[in-house]
Design a protein around this ligand. Sequence first.
Ligand code: PUT
Length: 292
Amino acid sequence: KASKLQYYNNPMWPGETHSLKVEKILYQGKSPYQEVLIFESLTYGKVLVLDGIVQLTDKDECAYQEMITHLPLCSIPSPKKVLVIGGGDGGVLREIARHGSVESIDICEIDQLVIDVCKDFFPDLSVGFKDPRVRLHVGDAVEFLRNSPEGTYDAIIVDSSDPIGPAQELVEKPFFETIARALRPGGVLCNQAESMWLHTHLIQDMLSICCETFKGSVHYAWASVPTYPSGAIGFLLCSKEGRPVNFLAPINPIEKIEGAMTAGRDIRFYNTEMHRAAFVLPTFAKRELEAY
Ligand code: PUT
């Protein structure tokens, strides 16, 4: 059991905590990488927690999974080869499946326990693993990327946890260099990019590394996710030099992809208006982030 002091002392949001009423603990365990907890909450359905940090809830997972997937995939025509890093719950895979043009989906998740417990407790997310286009690789993403042939992917989605613990190196320059190497010219990256309310310096560092590394377009987008710290989460969208990509005006609108809005279960959050709106930043964030 963590003490109250520990709850308020997470270095990613010092002095803050967020509570959900627990109705029932459904699973508690430990992998070689992290502590895993699943509980039934009073108001958000089931909740997945890793090392004490909420990763997703039944009620608001749609906002995160749909935005991190369709922001990049709707920004390029006809994506075919997609790589997901992290994402062991399967939600991003579920969303990629809406894109009929996609031929192969690699996923590299480090923690087998996350995959297993999500299959047991979050069938609406882990359904993503059932798609025959999916190839699962359990292991370290940096090593996986180093072994991928250069120029393989049209899109890479990094659905990581926060950069403390196993995801630390996923915000550092060598990681972004291996991503750029694995993308084809004009290929796109969408990276979980924390909160503009809480993590300005981290986002500035990521923006500056990505501008240097990808040499195409680099933009910060965001969405509301009530159970994430500050209630918002960001996405870093980057394109590799080669073919220009305009993230702000999706060239491959979801509404025009046959069956995409209703495949499996209906899309709940993302649409073309949300896509465009995601890049509109409040004045303070524009000031802090637009120089990059
Ligand atoms: N992939 C989950 C992101 C959590 C951010 N705090």
